[in-house]
Design a protein around this ligand. Structure first.
Ligand SMILES: NC(=O)c1ccc[n+]([C@@H]2O[C@H](COP(=O)([O-])OP(=O)(O)OC[C@H]3O[C@@H](n4cnc5c(N)ncnc54)[C@H](O)[C@@H]3O)[C@@H](O)[C@H]2O)c1
Ligand SMILES: N[C@@H](CCC=O)C(=O)O
Length: 572
């Protein structure tokens, strides 16, 4: 097992305790190396495995506690929730999952004030000490809290065991470990040239003001990253998680506090997104938005920030950092291995009921291989079970809430009546107990069907069967359609020239492009994640690119020589 703390080669240090109670270390020797980041090894939850037993017991414990009462946390101090708001289990809508209290405008203003107060000492805390907190949090996630976090994600967000493992256990721990490595690399970016008699360096300052983090329902780890990246770089953060994962987000925050994060640094507020945003956007010290969610919400938040910039409301130009929607594609070439491409397509489209921003939702299949593709698809889909996450044999779970269910099922109802579409699979749903939608595939007769442009965020795939000879013009169509999004895409082919051509022609069609591999499942440290065009600012979650957006670098130069005169030789 790796050490929890960075291997510091600190010869001597002076320890002082600041007002927030944080031990900050004034390093006399600043030489230290952080541990090499590594991906959290996945557990697989096979029948009778010890991890399955532990997860089952965490699930049963959480079930017995339902509905959970999520405390309100103010400056690190928990207060019992009055339970004015509630969420239900997506797999069992009659069961209330969590109750919580919404923040008032005064609460939000107080949280921002407390964060700015904490900033004074947090930004002076050495990188070594900040890093240690997140590395410690990674250990808490992967050990003490692993099954509790997973159970919260399974019952609250409707993920099955594997989906919860790769999100709430592995990806969250990975973000904490790898971000520390990315930050160390940023701090090491220093001028490589100094003229004789001069020295310079770059001071990677945190932003002035506070960061506003707004996270989506679908990944427990994403919220954890949106807050911890900026905080690691010395910023303070106001966090508004999604109503869809209030409890898992509370646990993430609790873990960071237990790992030693000073209470003021990340302030968690729940409740009405617009109310919270109004207070944030009125504050002169609003320094950055770190958003993951749908493109339409981001467009609104971007435009509102621009208004504030125009009226000189803010001290700085607030940074806009966002990862948003997608209409991601699988492109099957006639040289593809069909069984492989089908298996990847099922995973990419129907895992977690298609509720990953990276989920495949449009596919292009060559005419010459179409019947083979559909035969293979139907055979493989016959093993895919739709059901509750607690049933380990379920592959596809419920969608998150009634609003999502209504949106997706309305699209299905309309598609079922649309004579431009042929139903290949599914097209049915059942909301009587949980919010279940059968894996659904439509084949569109023409490429101009609007389904190629809509992000439904559910288990629905639209296909086009193209004449093999029209591959080149298809590439142009794929690049153009997809609702203006450009998040993920994949080519399935064995012809290397085709792979090369496709990668080149679709250079801007996806921020994450995969060959013979599904569009989902980027691993931190291996595939940084994010798209451009309508899919976000493409700063790449899981990279130094994201962290650097939360710095305001200062360039310093010192001269050791004195000036002998004012005039230059050319003045004579
Ligand atoms: N690109 C990525 O990395 C990525 C990752 C996950 C999810 N997503 C996208 O997120 C969406 C699904 O997540 P979601 O349903 O939680 O998204 P959403 O946009 O509905 O909500 C995201 C967050 O924004 C808040 N919000 C909603 N309306 C707001 C408003 N008017 N003002 C301020 N905040 C507001 C929500 O409360 C939530 O915290 C999909 O579009 C998906 O593609 C993208
Ligand atoms: N990073 C994840 C998607 C996150 C969005 O929901 C993936 O690559 O599948």
């Amino acid at each position: 097992m790796q050490s929890m703390l960075p291997r510091a080669s600190i010869k001597r240090n002076l320890l002082r305790v600041n007002r927030a109670g944080v031990a900050s270390v004034r390093l006399v020797s600043t030489a230290f190396k952080i541990p090499k980041p590594y991906n959290e090894p996945n557990l697989h939850y096979e029948q009778s495995s010890p991890e399955r037993e532990k997860l089952l017991s965490a699930l049963s414990k959480l079930r017995n506690e339902l509905p959970v009462s999520v405390p309100t946390v103010k400056n690190g101090v928990e207060a019992a929730s009055k339970g004015e708001m509630q969420t239900v289990m997506p797999s069992e809508t009659a069961s209330v999952f969590a109750r919580y209290s919404p923040a008032t405008k005064e609460d939000v203003a107080a949280a921002i004030g407390a964060a700015l107060q904490a900033k004074k000492t947090w930004q002076e805390t050495t990188f070594h000490d900040r890093a240690a907190i997140f590395l410690r949090a990674a250990e808490l996630v992967s050990t003490k809290y692993r099954f509790e976090l997973m159970a919260a994600t399974m019952l609250g967000q409707g993920k099955n065991a594997w989906q919860a493992e790769i999100d709430a256990a592995a990806e969250l721990a990975d973000f904490y470990r790898f971000n520390v490595g990315f930050a160390e690399e940023i701090y090491s970016r220093q001028p490589t040239l100094n003229a004789s008699g001069q020295a310079g360096h770059t001071d990677w300052r945190p932003l002035e003001g506070f960061v506003y983090a707004v996270s989506p329902f679908n990944f427990t780890a994403i919220g954890g990253n949106l807050i911890s990246g900026p905080a690691l770089m010395g910023n303070v953060v106001l966090w508004k998680p999604s109503a869809g994962n209030v409890y898992a987000s509370y646990l993430v925050h609790k873990i960071l506090l237990e790992a030693g994060l000073p209470p003021g640094v990340i302030q968690l507020v729940n409740g009405d997104a617009e109310l919270v945003t109004d207070v944030v956007y009125d504050h002169p010290e609003f320094a950055a938005l770190n958003f993951t969610g749908s493109s339409d919400v981001f467009r609104e938040l971007y435009a509102r920030a621009a208004d504030g910039v125009r009226t000189k409301k803010y001290r700085d130009y607030p940074r806009m950092v966002a990862e948003t929607s997608g209409k991601n594609f699988h492109l099957i070439h006639n040289s593809a291995d069909i069984p492989n491409s089908v298996k990847h397509t099922i995973r990419a489209t129907f895992e977690y009921a298609g509720q990953k921003c990276s989920a495949c939702s449009r596919i292009y299949i060559p005419e010459s291989r179409a019947s083979e593709f559909w035969k293979e698809m139907k055979e493989n889909l016959s093993h895919v079970k739709v059901g509750a996450p607690e049933d380990f044999s379920s592959f596809t779970g419920p969608v998150i809430n009634e609003a999502a269910f209504s949106k997706i099922t309305a699209a299905i109802d309309s598609a079922n009546k649309d004579d431009r579409l042929e139903t290949i699979a599914g097209g049915t749903y059942d909301g009587s107990k949980g919010l279940y939608i059968e894996p659904t595939i439509y084949a569109a007769k023409t490429l101009d069907h609007e389904m190629f442009d809509q992000e439904l965020f559910g288990p629905v795939l639209v296909a086009n069967v193209y004449p093999d000879a029209e591959y080149d013009s298809l590439l142009t169509a794929i690049d153009k359609q997809g609702g203006g999004f450009a998040l993920t895409g994949a080519i399935f082919a064995t012809d290397q020239k085709v792979i090369r051509k496709t990668e080149d022609r679709l250079r801007y069609a996806a921020g994450n492009f995969y060959t013979n591999c599904k569009t989902t499942g980027a691993v931190i440290g291996q595939q940084s994640f994010g798209g451009a065009r309508g899919s976000g600012t493409n700063d790449k979650a899981g990279s130094s690119g994201m962290l650097v957006r939360f710095t305001a670098p200062r360039t310093l130069k010192e001269e050791y020589h004195k000036l002998d005169e004012v005039l230059y030789p050319s003045n004579y």
